[in-house]
Write a protein that binds this ligand. Structure first.
Ligand code: ADP
Ligand code: TYD
Length: 203
């Protein structure tokens, strides 16, 4: 089973992923945790390149291709082999991030879907947990943490990203579960656990 987490910066993805991983391990499941962009030596190098705030001249198409390249490496080196071994894979961000940030945020549209189809070669999540939170609230949680190149984008960019996530939620209701991320950490964790266990049993 392949589970991905999505949501704006500060929506609580890392917090909830840690909780879900602990819950599943306690139940005896073999869980592999990874993240995007990153998760392999090569993908982490690509991550540094993409998020480096000195790379101001990076073109949107180059950015989209770099995310897709990092993803292609992660899928073939880590995610697909783990799924073939019957493990549960949890990934912090995946394809939907590219649709929201590059497709909507950078306004590259459907091209992002096309290059990512090539990158993931059919390796789609079974379940995507979308932590829904007002971008300002997310930024408030992050506080004074140093911002990467994407986080430094203006409000208009982040509003388009939020619109992208709304579009995804509307178009993939069977795969994407939107969870109100403004509640308490425990309440959100319980909602996620219930949805994941239901999906595991259904599979
Ligand atoms: P993300 O991985 O989506 O950027 P994090 O899990 O790192 O988000 O959370 C960002 C910050 O918000 C952390 O300091 C975390 O402790 C806090 N946080 C996470 N979930 C909640 C919540 N439900 N309510 C309040 N604060 C939260
Ligand atoms: P991440 O480290 O997950 O940021 P955070 O912990 O703040 O949520 O992701 C780094 C940034 O990369 C984040 O701002 C979102 C962006 N991103 C894209 O623009 N496209 C993508 O395909 C992915 C995976 C991430």
């Amino acid at each position: 089973m392949f589970i991905t987490f999505e949501g704006g910066d500060g929506s609580g993805k890392s917090t909830q992923i840690t909780k879900l991983q602990n819950t599943l391990r306690k139940k005896g499941y073999d869980v592999l945790l990874t993240r995007e962009p990153g998760g392999t030596l090569i993908s982490e190098k690509i991550r540094q390149l993409i998020l480096d705030k000195n790379n101001r001249e990076m073109m949107p198409v180059a950015e989209a291709l770099l995310y897709a390249a990092a993803r292609a490496q992660l899928v073939s080196q880590v995610i697909r082999p783990a799924l073939e071994e019957g493990r549960i894979v949890i990934c912090d961000r995946f394809l939907d991030s590219s649709i929201a940030y590059q497709g909507f945020g950078r306004q590259l549209g459907d091209a992002v879907n096309v290059i990512n189809g090539f990158a993931i070669d059919g390796c789609m999540p079974d379940l995507t947990i979308f932590l829904k939170l007002d971008p300002e609230a997310g930024r408030g949680r992050i506080g004074s943490r140093e911002k990467d190149r994407i986080e430094m984008e203006p409000d208009a960019f982040h509003r388009r990203v939020a619109e992208g996530y709304r579009w995804l939620e509307e178009h993939y209701p069977e795969r994407i579960l939107a969870v109100d991320a403004s509640g308490s950490i425990e309440k959100i964790a319980a909602t996620i656990e219930k949805a994941v266990m239901e999906r595991i049993h259904a599979l």
